[in-house]
Write a protein that binds this ligand. Structure first.
Ligand SMILES: [Zn+2]
Ligand SMILES: [Zn+2]
Length: 340
């Protein structure tokens, strides 16, 4: 079968790989759509902490089940499905508590022998395969994973009815987190970015205020003035230098900052402000099963206009173009999907 390979940094090719064998509890999915994620771009540049070229890339997927192992009972051939792309050891304290994202032996596509989802077929254990409504657009189904990231971030932040939230960075992850924050009840949502087209999408997904911070020095004060005070929660969805302390200044006393973005290198932190004002800085990595189920439910019921983040749909043979478009933010791109 054909698969998308990041051969070396900045070089994406289509390659031929053997069809993976199917285990007893596994499902073979004919991939219909696979999304290019921000984290795939980190791998593309050779900067991802554990996905290093050469790597068969991809973890966002929707498709149709074409074969099931003998012990599979919940999923059937012909089902329209998506996947939560992580498997824990199942035995450690974290796995037993439902925190697969904490498992020290967590496996994900593109690591070891598990191929990425950007291939004609993808094999996954039944426990992480979830059915979608039979009439759902595959393009929407492929957004379950980034949407689950947004759900997890909103839960980590504890966003509730009436809250005032800032979302820093409105790429696909920031946008989907923003949409979930609104669904959770946030009434005032300010989005910041340096691109107007991203902020227009933020408005369409529920931001009440937007601020283009390009070239601005004192935007933190401006942001607070726009909404009448500091924020209950701040979500960091862009890993640029200085953003952590800006978030610390944006959040109210006792408020929460959740960092979703991937950073390279250490960041400075105004620890005295954090300490003296009881602000909380919270990590956020992937999602749990609960988050994935919520994301699938949000997509299935159409509560969130997730399709607003999709700007490009390309055949997988143009994967190299897709990676370049996302990396360079060409053509006002947000989420780029590959079809198979
Ligand atoms: Zn992703
Ligand atoms: Zn484990």
């Amino acid at each position: 079968m054909k698969a998308v390979l990041i051969e070396k940094p900045n070089e994406v090719v289509i390659t031929d790989v053997e069809l993976a064998p199917l285990g007893n509890n596994e499902v073979r999915i004919q991939v219909k759509v696979a999304g290019i994620c921000g984290s795939d771009i980190h791998a593309y540049k050779g900067l991802h902490p554990f996905r290093k070229p050469p790597v068969l890339i991809g973890h966002e997927i929707s498709g149709e089940v074409v074969e099931i192992g003998p012990s599979v009972t919940r999923v059937k051939v012909g089902d329209r499905v998506t996947v939560e792309p992580q498997v824990g050891c199942g035995k450690c304290e974290y796995c037993l508590q439902g925190h697969v994202n904490y498992c020290e032996n967590r496996k994900a596509p593109g690591i070891g022998k598990w191929y990425g989802t950007m291939a004609e077929y993808f094999v996954a254990p039944e426990e992480i395969v979830f059915t979608l409504p039979p009439d759902m657009d595959y393009k929407l189904g492929a957004l379950s994973e980034p949407l689950a990231v947004g759900v997890h971030a909103v839960r980590r932040a504890g966003i509730k009815v009436g809250d005032r939230v800032a979302v820093l960075g409105t790429g696909p992850i920031g946008l989907l987190a923003l949409a979930v924050a609104r669904e959770a009840g946030a009434t005032t949502i300010l989005a910041t970015d340096v691109f107007d087209y991203c902020l227009e999408s933020a408005t369409s997904l529920g931001a009440s205020h937007t601020l283009n911070i390009s070239g601005k020095e004192n935007w933190v004060e401006e942001a607070k003035e726009m909404v009448g005070g500091p924020f209950d929660q701040v979500l960091i969805a862009v890993g640029v230098p200085g953003i952590v302390n800006q978030a610390v200044s944006l959040v109210k006393r006792g408020g929460r900052i959740v960092t979703i973005a991937m950073f390279h290198g250490e960041q400075s932190l105004d620890i005295m402000q954090l300490q003296g004002q009881e602000k909380e800085l919270i990590g956020c990595f992937c999602y749990t099963r609960e988050d994935t189920l919520a994301a699938v439910e949000l997509l299935s019921t159409g509560r969130i206009r997730s399709e607003a983040v999709v700007t490009h749909v390309l055949p997988f043979t143009q994967a190299a173009d897709g990676f370049r478009i996302v990396d360079k933010k060409e053509q006002n791109s947000l989420k780029v999907l590959l079809t198979f």
